[in-house]
Design a protein around this ligand. Sequence first.
Ligand code: HEC
Length: 194
Amino acid sequence: MNFPEVDLVRIVAVELDLECSMKRIAFMLVAVAAVAGIATFTASASRHGDGDAAPIFGVKIPAGYRDWRLISVAHEAGNLNDLRAILGNDIAIKAYREEKLPFPDGTILARLAWSYVPSEENNKAFGREQSFVAGPPTTVQFMVKDSKRYAATGGWWFAQFKDGKPADEAVHKSCFACHEPAKARDFVFTHYAR
Ligand code: HEC
């Protein structure tokens, strides 16, 4: 027996299926584009980071900065008495490794600091008083390069936070003046620790 209708039904079914998977592919492409868009937006927008924006420059804490790569470490004695780590985003690390000055737009440098405390636990292991480690965090500072804006401060945006809260305007007014001695190195003091 021959039922041509059956073939017709099958053809329609195959066409519907094809149309359906094309729609699915189109939908997936749109979804991928949307995710990529979000990623680009987050990467480019340090002013759209976490928490409140710092005064004057409007910088927010850049998302994910704690996982950035290490440029160097430092210890300040005196009133600060801290241990610090200077980290950089990918643009910063690339510029440092290629010894590129001035730093390109999009560079972000993060200076983390912790109080400098003796470690009893480590000293016991060493059998004498010699160990100092990072205690509670003090402040975190950022320098964000955007040469088109804030040319007056060398193209850098400065920001300082403590416990996620930005410091006041007076503190932010002091940043650039003190970084001026490092003008020959694009206002950045820290050298890359090899
Ligand atoms: C009294 C001078 C002084 C002031 C004020 C100052 N800085 Fe700095 N800053 C330094 C010096 C010196 C270093 C390098 C040594 C160190 O890390 O302790 C430094 C390091 C940094 C670094 C690491 C990159 C680099 O240049 O080495 C960042 C980021 C930074 N400061 C941000 C800020 C911000 C933001 C402010 C204002 C809220 C600020 N600084 C105010 C002197 C200063």
